[in-house]
Design a protein around this ligand. Structure first.
Ligand SMILES: O=C(O)CCC(=O)C(=O)O
Length: 338
């Protein structure tokens, strides 16, 4: 495992595992970095233990333990239900009902009948993409199949291409996980006002004046995989073309989604390695498949893994006309102290 960036990833992963008080053997056996030897990891753990910062790390670890205990209390209460309720599919909701039943309690829901006014549903063919935006250059995450943690390293592996060339790639390739235009690529960002004419704003639930930094295009072949992660904003994920399967984990299971870095987890959410991580058997996974015209409300903090089942175009939106944890005036985890 080479390069400065990866070294920082490894040492911060180790520091977190150590501060949580996990036994050394468990940390070493769970090391998710194939290029790092156990001896190297052990040396780093010894260095941490001898460091003058060790008591501070331990104090912080206690604060985390308290929050995790609160989440455990929530899990135990939810377990009374044996299995979590499936994600509801609802044709239409008034803003008032949506806020009361889903936004405020932070429960996901699929809205199945609220994208009927989206011109994108009929317009977004490959020909239209090429005719309208073909000459625009976009950044596209590429070489994902040969890159560890490709989503965490998205900026390093993105290439600039003509949108028309990427459309041709997607439509001829049809399957694969190697190249994918993802939200972090800010695809067609400079064309947002034009793009927005093909979208809808859910009867005022979303704010049509706030586009930049809130409306993202996802476009790629079938078989793309966005690994398990959670976002720091509430999202309305709108499926325009093709189908995508989401695997969701409730936020109060975070303590057991242990192999994490930043907002990502290395766990294979579709087929967790129960031999290495038997505790994952307890974690309920909810799946939901979206087709054209379906919009999934994905509350901040909910873990999700996403696989496209066919060539797919989607738009994710965070411009709720309601307070959203991702808003510019709202601190990120680690910056908040209330
Ligand atoms: O569609 C995808 O591949 C991933 C979507 C996602 O993870 C998100 O919007 O946060």
């Amino acid at each position: 495992m080479g390069g400065m960036a990866m070294d920082v990833l490894v040492s911060s992963w180790l520091a977190e595992a150590w501060a949580r008080g996990l036994p050394e053997t468990r940390i070493l056996s769970g090391l998710p970095f194939p290029g790092v030897s156990r001896a190297e990891a052990r040396r780093e753990l010894r260095r941490l233990a001898a460091s003058p910062d060790a008591p501070v790390l331990a104090t912080l670890a206690f604060r985390i333990a308290r929050l995790e205990w609160q989440a455990r209390a929530r899990r135990r209460a939810a377990a009374v239900l044996k299995r979590p309720a499936a994600i509801p599919r609802v044709a239409r909701l008034s803003k008032r009902d949506f806020v009361r039943d889903f936004y405020a309690p932070q429960r996901p829901v699929v809205l199945t009948g609220m994208m009927r006014d989206w011109k994108a549903l009929s317009r977004w063919t490959p020909e239209y993409f090429k005719r309208r935006w073909g000459e625009v250059t976009v950044r596209v995450a590429s070489g994902r199949e040969g890159t560890d943690f490709y989503d965490l390293n998205v900026h390093a592996i993105s290439r600039t291409v003509r949108f028309a060339d990427f459309v041709d790639y997607v439509e001829t390739q049809r399957r694969g996980n190697d190249a994918y235009l993802v939200a972090n690529n800010d695809g067609l960002r400079e064309k947002l006002p034009e793009l927005a004419k093909d979208l809808g704003f859910f009867r005022g639930l979303l704010d049509r004046r706030r586009l930049d930094g809130h409306v993202y295009l996802w476009y790629g072949p079938g078989g793309t995989v966005t690994p398990l992660h959670h976002d720091t904003a509430n999202i309305l994920f709108c499926q325009v073309r093709g189908r995508k399967r989401f695997t969701l984990i409730e936020p109060w299971w975070t303590q057991l989604v242990r192999d994490c870095l930043s907002f990502y987890s290395f766990i294979d959410a579709e087929a967790p390695d129960l031999r290495r991580m038997p505790y994952l058997a307890k974690v309920p996974r909810l799946t939901v498949t979206l087709g054209p015209g379906d919009a999934l409300f994905l509350p901040a903090g909910w873990w999700h893994h996403v696989r496209s089942l066919s060539v797919s175009a989607s738009v994710s939106m965070t411009n709720f006309s309601l307070p959203n944890p991702g808003d510019a005036d709202d601190p990120l985890p680690g910056e908040v102290d209330d």
